[in-house]
Design a protein around this ligand. Structure first.
Ligand SMILES: [Zn+2]
Length: 288
C-alpha cells in the first residue's frame, strides 16, 4: 500500500535518524514510533506500529528506499500499539525477549480474542476494516538477557529490560550510536508506569545500563528523538517516585494520597493514580 492510499488518520512521518536508521512516527497514539536498522544485506524492523496498513506501508517504504529485504522484526514489548501492525511480517523472523512470548501468549488467551476485536470494531466503526486486518502470532524465538545480530562489519544488539513491562527490551546500533528504547522511554511525557508485569527496579537498572552505552540519538517508544541527557532526566524522576512510594509505605500513606513532583504532562488522566497504585503494590510486596 502506498502512503497516499493510507487513510490520512493513519499516516506517519518518516524520519531519518542516521544513515542506517529510519523511523516511522505516528502522531496519534502519543507519537508511537517504529524503526528500521539497515545492515549490509538485510534490515531489522523494530516494532510494527498500531495498525496493519501502517506496518505494511513502513516495510514497503524501507525496502524500496534501501533496496534490502526485511529479515527480522524485533518487538520491544507486547502492547498493541507496537505489535498490531505485524500482519505484513509473516515471512520474517519475529523475536523479542523470552518474556515477550509469555506475555503475548497470555494476551492471546485473555484479551486478543475474536470477541474483543469485535467489541473494538463496534466502538470504533470507522476503523473496523483496519482492525479486521490485525493478526498476531507468537514470535519465532525469545532471547534471555541479550542478543546480537551481525551482518559483516555491522551488528545490532538487543537487551532485555523488564522495566515498562516484564518483556520490555531495547535495541542498540553501535555503528551509528543509536538507541531504540521501546516504552521504557516516552520522551517529554510522564512515564507509562502501569503494566502489572513491569518492574521499576529493573526499569531503573535499564536506564543506568543505557546511559553506559555510547549513544548520540535515542529513539523512544513514543515521542520525538532525543539525546542521552533525556534518559537521565527520566531516570532521576523514576528514582524520585520510588523514594516517595517507599517512604509512603513506611508511613502508612495510601497511594492516592501521595503527591508526585512536577514532570512532563501525562497522556491520560488515569496515568498517575495507576502508576502510584502499581508502585505501591510492587514495593509493599517486596517489603513483606
Ligand atoms: Zn506504547
Amino acid at each position: 500500500m502506498e502512503m497516499n492510499s493510507l487513510q490520512s488518520s493513519l499516516e506517519f512521518d518518516l524520519i531519518e535518524v542516521s544513515p542506517r536508521v529510519v523511523i516511522a512516527n505516528y502522531k496519534d497514539c502519543f507519537g508511537v514510533n517504529a524503526a528500521a536498522i539497515i545492515l549490509n544485506n538485510f534490515t531489522i524492523c523494530v516494532d510494527s506500529l498500531f495498525y496493519p496498513p501502517q506496518g505494511k506501508a513502513f516495510r514497503k517504504i524501507v525496502e524500496s528506499k534501501y533496496k534490502l529485504p526485511v529479515k527480522y522484526l524485533f518487538l520491544t514489548h507486547y502492547h498493541g500499539d507496537h505489535v498490531f501492525g505485524m500482519a505484513s511480517f509473516k515471512d520474517v523472523e519475529v523475536f523479542g525477549s523470552q518474556e515477550l512470548i509469555k506475555n503475548m501468549k497470555r494476551r492471546m488467551k485473555e484479551q486478543w480474542t475474536k470477541d474483543e476485536f469485535e467489541k473494538w470494531k463496534d466502538e470504533e466503526p470507522e476503523l473496523a476494516h483496519v482492525i479486521s486486518q490485525i493478526e498476531v502470532w507468537l514470535p519465532d524465538y525469545g532471547f534471555k538477557g541479550s542478543h546480537t545480530i551481525s551482518d559483516g562489519d555491522l551488528r545490532a544488539e538487543f537487551y532485555h529490560s523488564g522495566g515498562h513491562t516484564g518483556c520490555s527490551a531495547y535495541a542498540y546500533f553501535p555503528a551509528e550510536r543509536v538507541l531504540i528504547t521501546g516504552d521504557d522511554l516516552a520522551s517529554f511525557d510522564w512515564p507509562y508506569i502501569s503494566d502489572s508485569t513491569g518492574d521499576p527496579d529493573r526499569w531503573i537498572a535499564s536506564f543506568e545500563a543505557m546511559l553506559k552505552l555510547d549513544v548520540d540519538k535515542v529513539v523512544p517508544g513514543h515521542g520525538p528523538v532525543v539525546d542521552k541527557e533525556h534518559i537521565l532526566v527520566h531516570l532521576n524522576y523514576i528514582k524520585s517516585l520510588r523514594e516517595l512510594v517507599i517512604c509512603a509505605i513506611s508511613n502508612g500513606t495510601p497511594p492516592e494520597d501521595i503527591q508526585v513532583p512536577e514532570f512532563y504532562k501525562t497522556a491520560e488522566d488515569w496515568q498517575i493514580p495507576r502508576a502510584l497504585k502499581h508502585l505501591h503494590n510492587f514495593y509493599s510486596a517486596k517489603s513483606r
